[in-house]
Design a protein around this ligand. Structure first.
Ligand code: ATP
Ligand code: ATP
Ligand code: MG
Ligand code: MG
Lengths: 259, 259
């Protein structure tokens, strides 16, 4: 059974998609088979891997709301060992459409954990969530074994953490008792700036060992890579950004091995 | 009648809240009476002005869903000429609750344009939207005279623009025929970085005169200010960030005067 990780934080622009693409690529580089599930109506994870709107024959909308099997939605990403279930703007109305459906919070879990998906031979599924604690994000938390939380090193970023933790607890109590926090990764960190240092200190004080030692620095190569439709580890393999995501993959694997 | 501007972009972290707070403060400094309406469940605009959760007696949830009059929700922000209708995490479920309500897209418009609100003597209302094209954002577009679009100078930021324009057109065709685009403001611009320059060129090519001449640079004072619960023009009045938001207010007023 593949390990399923939701990458979630309702604060916008904190590096969810960037972490999904680049952690996914780093895990694939280490020889794992990884599926990236794009649950964001913006479809940035799909765009960031070069899958234009016209190439998205089946999408995660079809997966969650139309009952199309995962094997038909999954497609190649162009990166060895990394495949993707593309997103679509149709997901914008997913919340409203799911409201009246029975077991609405389990739709994604049922689609991803269907026995037929074993044939894909996956080691990991990374679920890229939209910037909201809406039904799509709840679906991801119900489907997942754990949640990875990117935390931008900015003042406003700490504000939403308690609400995110509350939602996690509610999902654990009502739908997914095994859900745990995979870890918290500090993103867009700028060592010269005291705000970044302050946020990092605050995060380690409140969250302790949940915060990875690996910190992802603000690195222009990371923000340039989506324009070339490739992960940063392929765009500029020696960049600080590429090194950080490789280190994150390593630390995450080491922590999982200890469990 | 006050001019009502929705500050919207479904891409997360592009500077919607930062623009709402600091443009609001710059307009207030020029002598206008400004109301900031916080429609984001994260409530960052309220936090950024020092209004803690325990101080938010009535919120925009009460305004939109409970029929509480605007005058009871509005409170002082601590900045002369700027008042605020605070947000709340209760807004997370607003979309689902509004789905079955009659005239659900007009709830905010009716609350803001109620005759009794004239007593507030406002010149501007700025509506800070969540990072989604959901019912809350649609409510803001239906209530507003115009939409101000912060555009982060990053590759992924251009991706969502066509979807945002599509939603604007749909709102204009179905609910608010006078809705126009106030303008597009480039945010977090880093002149040393060719990606910023490229995005700025692309934006001016596709959007022409809609893009303001004023560009908001990436400026650490802007991201520090919310930690002190004051706008950047009060936190560090000579900073590049404060100067940019004053210039934006001036350019916006000049453009409105020409209309
Ligand atoms: N470490 C980094 N250094 C520099 N730029 C970064 C870094 N991480 C992300 N970015 C850039 O910051 C922007 C926001 O990142 P991203 O889109 O991954 O965040 P997100 O949380 O997925 O946003 P949303 O809430 O809209 O889904 C993007 O333009 C991305 O390229
Ligand atoms: N010009 C700037 N220079 C530096 N930092 C900035 C600038 N504008 C915004 N920021 C910082 O970037 C982060 C994102 O900005 P902000 O929260 O205003 O975006 P948003 O679009 O409102 O996000 P959301 O989609 O979550 O509502 C914040 O931490 C903010 O302090
Ligand atoms: Mg994203
Ligand atoms: Mg905001």
């Amino acid at each position: 059974q593949p390990r399923i990780m939701a990458i979630a934080n309702q604060k916008g622009g904190v590096g969810k998609t960037t972490t999904a693409i680049n952690l996914g690529a780093a895990l694939a580089e280490s020889g794992y088979k990884v599926l990236l599930v794009d649950l964001d109506p913006q479809g940035n994870a799909s765009t960031g891997l070069g899958i234009g709107h016209e190439l998205r024959k089946y999408t995660t909308y079809d997966l969650v709301l139309e009952g199309v099997e995962l094997q038909r939605v999954v497609r190649d990403s162009g990166v060895k060992g990394l495949c993707i279930a593309p997103g679509t703007t149709d997901l914008t109305s997913a919340d409203i459409e799911m409201v009246s459906m029975a077991r609405r919070s389990f739709l994604l879990r049922n689609a991803l954990r269907h026995p037929e998906t074993e044939a894909l031979g996956l080691d990991f599924m990374l679920l890229d969530c939209p910037p909201a604690l809406n039904l799509l994000t709840v679906n991801a938390m119900v489907a997942a074994d754990s949640v990875l939380i990117p935390l931008q090193s900015e003042f406003l970023a700490l504000e939403g953490l308690s609400q995110l933790m509350l939602t996690l607890r509610q999902v654990r109590d009502t739908a997914n008792p095994d859900l745990r926090i995979e870890g918290v990764v500090l993103t867009m960190y700028d060592g010269r700036n005291k705000l970044s240092q302050q946020v990092a200190n605050d995060a380690r004080e409140t969250l302790g060992g949940l915060v990875y030692d690996t910190i992802v620095p603000r690195n222009v190569r990371i923000s340039e890579a989506p324009g070339f439709a490739i992960p940063v580890i392929d765009y500029e393999t020696e960049s600080k950004g590429a090194q950080a995501y490789r280190a994150l993959a390593k630390e995450l694997l080491a922590k999982q091995a200890q469990m």
